[in-house]
Ligand binder design. Structure first.
Ligand SMILES: *[C@@H]1O[C@H](CO)[C@@H](O)[C@H](O)[C@H]1NC(C)=O
Ligand SMILES: *[C@@H]1O[C@H](CO)[C@@H](O)[C@H](O)[C@H]1NC(C)=O
Ligand SMILES: *[C@@H]1O[C@H](CO)[C@@H](O)[C@H](O)[C@H]1NC(C)=O
Ligand SMILES: *[C@@H]1O[C@H](CO)[C@@H](O)[C@H](O)[C@H]1NC(C)=O
Ligand SMILES: *[C@@H]1O[C@H](CO)[C@@H](O)[C@H](O)[C@H]1NC(C)=O
Ligand SMILES: *[C@@H]1O[C@H](CO)[C@@H](O)[C@H](O)[C@H]1NC(C)=O
Ligand SMILES: *[C@@H]1O[C@H](CO)[C@@H](O)[C@H](O)[C@H]1NC(C)=O
Ligand SMILES: *[C@@H]1O[C@H](CO)[C@@H](O)[C@H](O)[C@H]1NC(C)=O
Ligand SMILES: *[C@@H]1O[C@H](CO)[C@@H](O)[C@H](O)[C@H]1NC(C)=O
Ligand SMILES: *[C@@H]1O[C@H](CO)[C@@H](O)[C@H](O)[C@H]1NC(C)=O
Ligand SMILES: *[C@@H]1O[C@H](CO)[C@@H](O)[C@H](O)[C@H]1NC(C)=O
Ligand SMILES: [Cu+2]
Length: 599
């Protein structure tokens, strides 16, 4: 590798093809040549009168998290809510700093209503969701409702500096949107710098009017996450710096190595060191449970399994899937799956596992524990613990075990032929050290940086443009003036995997493979559709989407560190129509409040 991009200790690096090296070298040259002078720190800091910006020094003053019973993750359920008429579902969210110890180690967190994870939103398709978000944190915030279309209300997508300017400290904003054709399992999270890494996440379940999935008896939300003992903005500063994550007790760390987590959680409870607290679920024997799984983490994929039980995958990112039996499944950051679990084994207690995957780790984090556990019990006492024997056995396996999920074998159960594309754009992904010695990520040669007190949706800058343009050195925006079927051809020239998320619309996964795209055949025959797609290191992927939802839609890597380092671009879809959708005056007022405030 060149001096500009220090080699990372990943075996995958050996897979580099000569062709990719050439293109990478060219892309690095281009990237280094463009001005990076306007790259700001990753968030806009606002000093609140009674709060310090260094959370680690103020922990003693903070209130502890509100304890949360595992039973709160049981849903009311699709059947129970099926007969309820379409209605307003009203929620109050108060965001604040709290002291938590999800895995037994105390840390400063940013949470909703004192809870980690935050309260679950459970609604029917067609309902209107009204959430009054009050920000009692020292920095601004924005809440994104992951995967939802926001058709007609693009300004409620909750993406800082794109669809809103941020809710200033001490202020409130009422999000108000209707569930329009989206159903399934999703989540909400802060979309402001790396804030969600510190805890602002929660489940969002939308019961479809006519979901084509097998029947089940009850449903439970299971949120899996990696967990950092450090505060995210401290980790981010270190990650972006010249010396990188190097610190006491760490060896072999070079610039660009992402922060490695310490542990993980299952519905907010994990184990580090000698901690032995487990979230635990009492089920009934001989029933079928729908487990709605979400990886709400920031960096690591997570493998889910239940000892001794086969799982049946029936949903991916809100898309019903032809039932697919697995022993376990790896869930990439921000992706969701529903699996059916049958309580058909010998009554007892069994480990549920959320194993934090280490393949993207580039150094050894002292004390790291990726083996996160929770307990399911049926037909036994609440004090029963999983047997040592089962704990030691291969998770989810046994005679006739079907093996783990292969994402390429997922088949949507509602057959849809992908429409032919009408326009195509190629994007390249790379990460590199810059002329100013910062480690940044690039889509083509642009590294995204949020503009303080602005929202690209509210600027009419793309009204008269078409195609790709770079604004303010940091905003790569592709404008689609009228409805198109867009192909995004992505060449990932980086040595890391990136779970990319498109806001506002689902994508068809048309094809992928090693190296770069050179016209390889695509599959339009009922391809997988979802909103978050893993782009493995040194591969090409073609995604297709129907650009007919007016708004400004972020397309970005969902790893907190990569997004904060600039791995984001925007699609301005039908800007003339979007301009007619006027945000509440309150949102524009909040822009004025935040304008000019920058670190
Ligand atoms: C607020 O943002 C600043 C700048 O990124 C950061 O240093 C600080 O830790 C943040 N504070 C909180 C509580 O999020
Ligand atoms: C099971 O969960 C409850 C809270 O829901 C908790 O009080 C209890 O300690 C947990 N049991 C174990 C073995 O961790
Ligand atoms: C939202 O909550 C804040 C803080 O409690 C309150 O002041 C405000 O009136 C609420 N807004 C609405 C529209 O209810
Ligand atoms: C939500 O938006 C709808 C449609 O604009 C409006 O009629 C309704 O009054 C709003 N509700 C609240 C609580 O703001
Ligand atoms: C529900 O979906 C099934 C299977 O796709 C279909 O046969 C049926 O007509 C749908 N019903 C409604 C009311 O849409
Ligand atoms: C775990 O417990 C052992 C024995 O009490 C102790 O020596 C060790 O320091 C503890 N580990 C941690 C990480 O607290
Ligand atoms: C579950 O079903 C099996 C097979 O039908 C039966 O033998 C067993 O008694 C049932 N268990 C319970 C707790 O109902
Ligand atoms: C339990 O149900 C699964 C399907 O989820 C099935 O594959 C398995 O054979 C069943 N096991 C028993 C012991 O009936
Ligand atoms: C899509 O394109 C193919 C050939 O490229 C053509 O055969 C097919 O008819 C087109 N489909 C539609 C719906 O236009
Ligand atoms: C991004 O870069 C690639 C490779 O240089 C180029 O083919 C493509 O047109 C660029 N895309 C945009 C949107 O500028
Ligand atoms: C767009 O073009 C029209 C007509 O040329 C012009 O009047 C308008 O100011 C332009 N808008 C923007 C935002 O540039
Ligand atoms: Cu990434």
């Amino acid at each position: 590798m060149t001096a500009a991009a220090p080699a990372r200790q990943r075996s995958k690096i050996l897979c580099l093809t000569v062709g990719v090296i050439v293109v990478l070298a060219v892309s690095l040259g281009v990237g280094l040549g463009v001005g990076l002078k306007h790259h700001h720190a990753a968030s806009t800091e606002v000093k609140a009168s009674n709060s310090s910006n260094s959370p680690s020094n103020t922990t003693s003053n903070l209130q502890a998290l509100t304890p949360q019973d595992s039973s709160s993750f049981f849903l009311r359920g699709a059947a129970a809510m099926a007969d309820e008429p379409a209605q307003d579902r009203v929620y109050t969210f108060v965001l604040e700093e709290r002291l938590g110890a999800p895995d037994g180690v105390e840390k400063t967190m940013l949470v909703v209503n004192g809870l980690y994870p935050g309260p679950t939103i459970e609604v029917n398709e067609g309902d209107r969701v009204i959430v009054n978000v009050t920000n009692l944190m020292p920095n601004a915030t924005a809440i994104h409702w992951h995967g939802l279309y926001q058709r007609g209300t693009p300004y409620f997508d909750g993406t800082n500096a794109i669809t809103q300017c941020g809710i200033p400290p001490g202020e409130s904003l009422v999000y108000n949107f209707t569930l329009d054709g989206w159903s399934g399992t999703t989540w909400y999270h802060a979309h402001y710098s790396t804030q969600y890494t510190d805890g602002v996440t929660g489940a969002f379940i939308v019961h479809g009017k006519n979901e084509t999935v097998p029947s089940y008896d009850a449903e439970i939300v299971v949120q899996l996450s990696d967990l950092y003992h450090g505060f995210s903005t401290d980790l981010l500063r270190q990650y972006l710096s010249t010396q990188g994550m190097t610190g006491e007790g760490l060896t072999g760390v070079t610039q660009g190595n992402e922060p490695v987590p310490d542990a993980g959680t299952i519905n907010g409870v994990g184990q580090w060191g000698n901690s032995t607290a487990y979230s635990n679920y009492t089920l009934e024997a001989n029933k079928t449970y729908r487990l709605r799984l979400a990886n709400t983490g920031s960096f690591a994929a997570s493998r889910f399994s239940v000892d001794g039980h086969i799982l049946t995958v029936i949903e991916a990112d809100g898309v019903p899937i032809t039932p697919y039996e697995v022993s376990g499944l790896v869930i990439d950051v921000a992706q969701r799956y529903s699996v059916l679990l049958k309580t058909n084994r010998t009554t007892g207690a069994y480990w549920m596992r959320g194993s934090v995957q280490e393949d993207s780790f580039t150094y050894d984090e002292p004390g790291f524990n990726g083996n996160q556990l929770a307990i399911i019990r049926y037909g036994v006492d609440d004090s029963a613990m999983p047997s040592a024997e089962l704990a030691a056995s291969d998770p989810g396996a046994g005679d006739g075990a079907p093996g783990d999920l292969d994402v390429s074998l997922l088949v949507p159960s509602d057959f849809v032929e992908a429409p032919n594309s009408t326009i195509s754009y190629t994007l390249t992904i790379s990460m590199q050290n810059t002329a100013t010695n910062n480690w940044l990520s690039f889509v083509n040669s642009t590294s995204w940086s949020p503009l303080a007190g602005q929202a690209t949706l509210f600027d009419s800058l793309t009204l008269n443009s078409t195609g790709a343009n770079v604004y303010d050195d940091s905003q790569l925006i592709i404008t689609i003036p009228q409805k198109e079927v867009v192909d995004i051809v992505i060449n990932n020239y980086d040595d890391g995997d990136h779970p990319f998320h498109l806001h506002g619309m689902k994508v068809f996964v048309m094809g992928n493979g090693a190296g770069r795209y050179q016209g390889q055949a695509l599959n339009s025959n009922n391809p997988l559709r979802r909103d978050t797609v893993l782009l493995p290191a040194y591969t090409w992927t073609v995604l297709r989407f129907v650009a007919d939802n007016p708004g400004m839609w972020a397309f970005h890597c969902h790893l907190s560190w990569h997004m904060a380092a600039g791995l984001l671009m925007q699609w301005s879809v039908m800007p003339a129509e979007a301009a007619l959708l006027t945000p509440p005056q309150q949102m524009l007022d909040q822009c004025s409040m935040l304008k000019g405030i920058s670190d």
